[in-house]
Design a protein around this ligand. Structure first.
Ligand SMILES: [Zn+2]
Length: 50
């Protein structure tokens, strides 16, 4: 139970910018995969405004 990899990453292509990225989950064709940047754009951190 001692694998060298801390986490299993899967190669995927961002559905937004088309850049290659790695995701900690298995890419599903039914769901678009976004890279870190696009993912952050899609789901921005909660702002304290309001
Ligand atoms: Zn992207």
């Amino acid at each position: 139970m001692s694998y060298g990899r801390p986490r299993e990453l899967h190669n995927a292509v961002c559905a937004e910018c088309g850049k290659e990225c790695q995701v900690p989950f298995k890419p599903d064709q039914s769901r678009p995969v976004y890279c870190r940047e696009c993912y952050a754009k899609k789901r921005p951190a909660r702002s304290n405004r309001y």
